[in-house]
Design a protein around this ligand. Structure first.
Ligand SMILES: C[S@@+](CC[C@H](N)C(=O)[O-])C[C@H]1O[C@@H](n2cnc3c(N)ncnc32)[C@H](O)[C@@H]1O
Length: 235
């Protein structure tokens, strides 16, 4: 029994931003996971652990097979599901994944020991706020799936370590549609996330040093490509 997440957690995961019939169609028609990925996906859904939704699983297969990144950074490991998925679809990549939740780290360690057969994945324990400052590798693909209000805080460190042409994917950026509303219509407890995500959009969507795309899949993906060595961000 997992303690970190209850059935009432992850409110926005149950507020699809796309027509529900289409979401159901995607979840039932996109190729199912197999083997250990299927087992972990079922476990996470049963225990309300917020791993990527199935349509994002299918999109990641496509994206990673196409881009074939060699150095991947992930912020937000949980039980190691998305790290193992990326390892499977980018078999030449080395993956660094960061998490701070002890319970999740326990599950991730077990799963990586069992299923990371090519030894591609390194789990770094700690708060990304500190861990990111100590990274000394350059990455060509970054998956951001941690506390949403902090994406904007982590962005400068991530961009420093991203190669030109490298891609960052941020998950859950529409917050069940809240992001398009006036802040006064958003629940008080969600407003820090709302403000953080708007700052992230302001810093990236129209930035000449980046190419950005918003994808209405799951709770929304922001994808950015780094176009020049020095990316200028607003203060
Ligand atoms: C949405 S889950 C990650 C799911 C995983 N990427 C997957 O799809 O299989 C978010 C994880 O980020 C971790 N997290 C949140 N904020 C963090 C931070 N500041 N530093 C490190 N980990 C963080 C949480 O502990 C949690 O395990």
């Amino acid at each position: 029994m997992v303690k970190s997440y209850s059935k009432n957690a992850n409110h926005n995961m149950r507020r699809p931003i796309v027509n529900k019939d289409i979401v159901d169609y995607m979840r039932t028609h996109l190729k199912e996971s197999t083997g250990h990925l299927a087992e972990l996906e079922v476990f996470a859904r049963k225990e309300n652990i917020p791993i990527i939704q199935h349509e994002v699983v299918a999109y990641f297969r496509f994206l990673l097979q196409t881009l074939q990144p060699k150095k991947i950074l992930e912020v937000g490991t949980a039980i190691g599901f998305s790290a193992l998925l990326m390892a499977e679809y980018a078999p030449d990549a080395q993956i660094t994944t960061v998490d701070r939740n002890e319970e999740m780290i326990g599950f991730a360690k077990e799963n990586l020991a069992k299923y990371d057969s090519r030894k591609q994945i390194t789990l770094v324990e700690g708060d990304a706020a500190e861990v990111l400052q100590d990274l000394d590798t350059d990455y060509d693909f970054v998956f951001m799936d941690s506390a949403k209000s902090k994406y904007i805080v982590f962005l400068p460190e991530i961009l420093k370590r991203l190669t030109v042409g490298g891609v960052i994917v941020f998950d859950d950026i529409f917050q069940g549609g809240d992001i398009a509303k006036d802040i006064m219509e958003v629940r008080r407890g969600q407003r820090t996330i709302y403000r953080g995500l708007h700052r992230l959009f302001d810093a990236t969507l129209d930035n000449p040093d980046l190419t950005a795309s918003l994808i209405p899949m799951s709770d929304g993906l922001l994808m950015i490509r780094k176009n020049s060595e020095n990316v200028i961000l607003p203060d």
